[in-house]
Design a protein around this ligand. Structure first.
Ligand SMILES: Nc1ncnc2c1ncn2[C@@H]1O[C@H](COP(=O)(O)OP(=O)(O)O)[C@@H](O)[C@H]1O
Ligand SMILES: [Mg+2]
Length: 357
């Protein structure tokens, strides 16, 4: 996929912008607070129906405006084109694909976006929720069957927790069965995914850190010696006391090691950023293997992320990946020697107005 035309209305300081991006590299320049991150945020919202800067999507709507709208002409394989769009007014989210009202997941499949930004290192040292989301986004794009199971697991968990909270224990066992069944399936998907992610991750760390010996260890979220049904039983008293479910895939996590040392505790911030870059790009690589060029990559504040040598490596990688890329920096020469780049367009942002140079 590639966004061939992008329209943004009332996303932060971008009142109204319409651009025709390159299907490959798009370099976005502009002074601080001009609206560069807001442009990436608009694309992120289109793919993921949420912001990467705030949990309150309403904050991304331009001050004093009722809603934001992001829409695009999305180029598909064989020159087919699809129209995708999202409108958010703070209460409701409307999603359209080719004039039909659709769900969040349809939009996510239509526009898989991967984001690298100055806080991406939190993937290593932030809470486990971030890492579960990371894994699940990868699996979601890799296996169409995952979403249905993931939703059924989520529903069973929600119901079970509601019963625990309300101290209505009679119906618990019915939900235990659902939870155990779909929890096992969700976990199987994650185990498989870690297996394919590991070698892709090793290849990327080799490329960006010249390092070997990295590995990911996955913990599924409940006692290794028990199946999930047994773990739920074993926890019952504790679950009843605290009013929530202690064991299950909703407690899963993974840790990242470099030469058997925990990366978040031993590596420098710079190395951690590169490791996260490698993790995020290894997901893109996996996606490219099943559907070439199917991912849109957003890189915010390139210079904050990487030194000159690694910027060059990244640009080389991105160019050969064939993906559509949007990246921001304050100055054009932050992107390095443009003569080696092909098929790129440059956009300049000034007070929320975007012009192609
Ligand atoms: N909801 C909003 N409505 C209007 N402007 C906003 C809103 N939220 C943030 N801004 C402003 O948008 C501007 C652009 O921010 P940003 O995209 O982060 O700039 P850049 O990435 O170029 O440094 C900032 O001046 C910020 O204060
Ligand atoms: Mg910014």
């Amino acid at each position: 996929m590639a966004l061939l035309k992008l329209d943004v209305l009332s996303v932060r300081n971008i009142r109204s912008a319409s651009i025709q991006p390159s299907p490959f590299l798009n370099l976005i320049t502009g002074a601080n607070a001009s609206g560069k991150s807001s442009l990436l945020e608009a694309i992120f919202i289109l793919g993921r129906t949420r912001s990467f800067r705030t949990t309150h999507i309403k904050q991304t709507i331009e001050f004093d405006q009722p809603c934001l709208v992001v829409s695009a002409r999305n180029g598909l394989e064989n020159e087919a084109v699809s129209h995708i769009g999202i409108r958010i007014d703070g209460k409701q989210t409307e999603i359209r694909i080719d004039q039909e009202s659709r769900h969040k997941a349809d939009l996510a499949y239509a526009l898989p976006v991967q984001l690298i930004h100055p806080k991406s290192y939190r993937l290593l040292d932030g809470g486990p929720q971030l890492r579960r989301e990371f894994l699940d986004w990868g699996i979601f794009n890799q296996h169409r069957g995952f979403l249905a199971n993931w939703r059924k697991f989520g529903k069973a968990l929600q119901q079970r927790n509601a019963l625990l909270k309300a101290r209505q224990y009679k119906q618990l066992s019915a939900w235990d069965k659902e939870l155990a069944e779909y929890g096992r399936l969700v976990n199987d998907f994650r185990l498989d995914y870690i297996q394919v992610l590991q070698p892709a991750f090793e290849e990327m760390t080799n490329r960006f850190l010249n390092a070997t010996g990295v590995n990911l260890t996955f913990s599924r979220g409940w006692d290794n010696k028990l199946n999930l049904e047994q773990a739920l039983k074993a926890d019952l008293e504790k679950d009843m006391r605290y009013g929530f479910t202690h064991s299950g895939p909703h407690r899963a996590d993974f840790l990242c090691y470099s030469h058997n040392r925990l990366a978040k505790d031993y590596l420098s911030r710079g190395q951690q950023k590169l490791l996260v870059l490698a993790l995020l790009l290894s997901q893109v690589n996996l996606l490219n293997q099943i559907a070439p060029n199917s991912c849109c990559i957003l890189i915010d504040d390139l210079t904050a992320e990487l030194d000159t040598a690694n910027r060059l490596k990244l640009l080389e990688y991105l160019t050969q990946s064939g993906c559509q890329v949007f990246m921001t920096a304050t100055e054009l020469n932050d992107f390095g020697n443009l003569e080696v780049l092909k098929n790129y367009k440059v956009f300049h942002v000034e007070q929320g107005c975007i012009k192609q140079l």
